[in-house]
Design a protein around this ligand. Structure first.
Ligand code: ADP
Ligand code: MG
Length: 485
């Protein structure tokens, strides 16, 4: 027997008891999850039951299921165990009737009112050694308000590692990816984080354009020696958008020497570009320097990550937007994050100037005005893909089917023989990792399997790839065939 509240005698009592219990859990979660995300993702959630030491959490919308599974399940369990140590798992059920049902759920904005307006971090004073020029880094760019998803996880982890130990293992750190996907944010956030810990270090953030101009100026004024000396005093050098070094031989040359001097001194160098080093068309010696450390990409965020970023930004701009409106934006603005922010900024302006609370309609109007019909792009948002990776769902299924000589039909079917099971699980893993399909959606296309089945399959394959070199080779060769790597 457990002491769980589901054993209480009557339904009303247990509803009230669940609600109370949920509040205890929510209070603890609020401390552990960034507020904006907490408000968004835990809105209208409730405990639906506790059975056999399993906490059954109700979610009002199917779209948030995946996000909870990936991001909050472990922490929810951990928190639940703080009050009930016999709890062993958390499962989710989608229940539309939870919306605004205050007998079971809380109005989070009211129950978790902010004590004071959230203040953005103050402007950084950067103390630099004499004559060193650095752009002031935007204090809004912090690692703490960067939303992590599968599109940027590695890049984010690398930045964290660099912030913790500049000049350590990940030197240089090279981030690459398309426009508006968060490179500058990460670069400056890393710089800001280093400065926070070591306020007296000289962290220089510069764009390639500025660096080039400084080189040109130094040449013109015959102050090259001084220029070099100055840069060699830097502790951390961050250069944004190095694709613009292409065809600038003299700047490349200067940069090469600066880089070497800093690198040999174990100073951290962080770079960004719109493509990987080998595609930059720079001098080989420079490319090979860039490849020496850590290279990570940022790509297009999937739907859930877009939603989480929107929630974070809305919070930063102190704009409360209904979840459904955020969903509408996340569904229709798929190009990059700057686009998402642009739409949000317009909504903020409307709110501030005219006190108009954003609605789906007002957002659709904004998007139309920004020259973008929300219905135009609908066909792109089925199975999300990054632009560089062309393979489709069909391609993945066919490649796996060919490779293992099993039919696509068998792969989606029910057979559990090993010869079919493994290819099926590999296909699921590839679809998740490279096409960024959600567990729920993969489950749907594999004859309506439960998302937890898919999740387990993906986990299993990833585990096996680490232990079984043969399996690793097979998956790698499929990835290659599909142009994923
Ligand atoms: P890039 O340098 O890659 O062109 P930026 O770093 O300028 O892109 O990002 C554009 C905007 O999107 C910035 O306002 C940034 O804060 C925001 N942004 C991008 N990725 C994220 C993220 N994962 N979380 C929060 N904000 C993000
Ligand atoms: Mg940038």
């Amino acid at each position: 027997m457990t002491s769980s509240a589901s054993l209480l005698p009557n339904a009303t009592v247990s509803t009230a008891a669940f609600k109370e219990q949920w509040l205890v859990i929510l209070r603890s979660l609020e401390q552990k999850v960034p507020r904006s995300q907490f408000i968004t993702w835990f809105k209208d959630t409730a405990i639906l039951g506790i059975e056999n030491d399993t906490l059954i959490v109700g979610l009002p919308l199917p779209m948030s299921l995946n996000w909870h599974l990936e991001h909050y399940r472990a922490i929810t369990l951990q928190v639940a165990q703080e009050t009930n140590s016999s709890m062993t798992s958390v499962v989710y059920k989608v229940d539309g009737s939870l919306k605004d049902d205050r007998t079971r759920t809380y109005d989070l904005l009211e129950a978790f009112a902010e004590p004071k307006r959230r203040k953005l971090p103050g402007r950084q004073e950067i103390k630099l050694a004499e004559g060193i020029v650095s752009k002031i880094m935007n204090p809004r760019y912090q690692l703490e308000n960067f939303v992590v998803g599968s599109n940027n996880r590695l890049a984010y982890a690398a930045c964290q590692a660099v912030a913790a130990q500049p000049g350590g293992k990940y030197n240089p750190l090279f981030l690459y990816g398309g426009v508006g996907l968060g490179k500058t944010h990460l670069l400056q956030a890393t710089g800001n984080a280093i400065l926070k810990q070591m306020p007296r270090s000289s962290v220089v953030y510069t764009t390639t354009e500025d660096f080039t101009n400084q080189v040109i100026e130094a040449i013109q004024q015959q102050k090259m020696e001084q220029f070099r000396k100055r840069y060699r005093l830097v502790d951390v050098l961050i250069i944004d958008d190095v694709q613009f070094l292409a065809n600038k031989e003299r700047t490349q040359e200067e940069f090469f020497h600066t880089f070497n001097a800093l690198y040999e001194d174990h100073k951290q160098v962080i770079l960004s570009a719109d493509r990987p080093p080998q595609e930059l068309q720079l001098e080989d010696r420079l490319t090979s320097r860039f490849e020496r450390g850590m290279i990570a990409d940022v790509s297009l965020p999937d739907y859930e990550t877009r939603l989480a970023i929107l929630a974070e930004k809305a919070q930063e701009y102190q704009l409360f937007i209904d979840m459904q409106v955020l969903q509408f934006i996340a569904e229709h603005a798929t190009k990059n994050i700057r686009e998402l922010e642009g739409i949000l900024m317009q909504a903020v302006a409307q709110y501030e100037l005219e006190q108009r609370v954003p609605t789906v309609k007002s957002i659709a109007d904004i998007m139309r005005r920004l020259n973008k019909d929300p219905h135009e792009e609908q066909e792109h948002i089925g199975f999300e893909m990054t632009p560089r990776r062309q393979a489709s769902f069909q391609d993945v299924m066919e490649a796996v089917s060919r490779y293992y000589s099993v039919s696509v039909q068998d792969m989606v079917g029910q057979s559990r023989v090993r010869e079919i099971l493994i290819p099926r699980q590999i296909a699921m893993q590839l679809l998740k990792k490279y096409l960024r399909m959600s567990f729920v959606r993969i489950g749907e296309v594999f004859e309506n399997r439960d998302h937890t089945t898919v999740m387990n399959a993906v986990e299993k394959i990833e585990e096996r790839m680490q232990m079984d070199p043969q399996m690793l080779r097979e998956v790698r060769s499929l990835e290659k065939e599909l142009d994923f790597v």
